[in-house]
Design a protein around this ligand. Sequence first.
Ligand code: HSE
Length: 298
Amino acid sequence: KEIKVFCPATIANISCGFDVLGVALDSVGDEMVIRKTSENGIRITRLEGQNLPMETLQNVAGVAGLALLAASDYSGGFEIEIYKKIKAGSGIGSSAASSTGAVWAMNELLGNPFSKLELVQFAMEGERLASGVSHADNVAPALFGGFTLVRGYEPLDIVPIPSPSELFATVIHPQIEVKTSDSRKILKTKITLADGIKQWGNVGGLVAGLFTNDYDLIGRSLVDYIVEPIRSILIPGFDEVKIAAIEAGALGCGISGSGPSIFALSKGEEKAVKVGNAMREIYQNIGIDYDVHVSKIN
Ligand code: HSE
């Protein structure tokens, strides 16, 4: 028996919510095929699209799968085929897509013994391998869909958040690679109370705006005082792209996860496409190759 699964890309942080907010992109993602085997353990039998390790312990899907197996009384194992469409190091949750897709499909094949929350915890082991930190802000939306809030890590508490029907995400990926582990190392470990006050005001505002379909409130809340000022230095053209996106009518714009991808949220598809064109122009002028995606938020 086998399952083919679509593993969505995700935008983590959404400006103000470092390590706690994320959203799934329904039109960008990988495919995986997972199949049961009688022998115990996990084997990656195929990996196309990206140059990534196939050894179980070096592969995020392998490690996430092993975490599930360890918690299960199933005596067999799984084979995994991975067809990557998401580029590693692009900032739209490449590792989370693989970890999540693996454990979701395995759970289905076993008759759903595990809850979504448990699956998030298994997938977080993949994130630990990829970035050194088992953050859940990509794996949670990849599993739940839409927006999610990691209300707490100890114990893990995930809150799915609804969103207005005309909300679209535009993501531009300048073709440079930024490793999450590197872009975490440059962050400060302390923040000032003044920055904290502004930041949690925005987190509350963004969540409230998503619940009440208040696009203006969503836009006002898409501000990051803590991480973006530091990380944006790693992304050539970031300030120009952000200005161009806002001028083209985006509600807000920021770094997608740990970068280098930049995301914008807009009301309506037409606006989201226009925002993508404005962002594109900046990288054309700078001379950096890029990919642009527009995705409806569901
Ligand atoms: N919250 C994580 C970070 C997401 O920003 O480092 C990484 O994709």
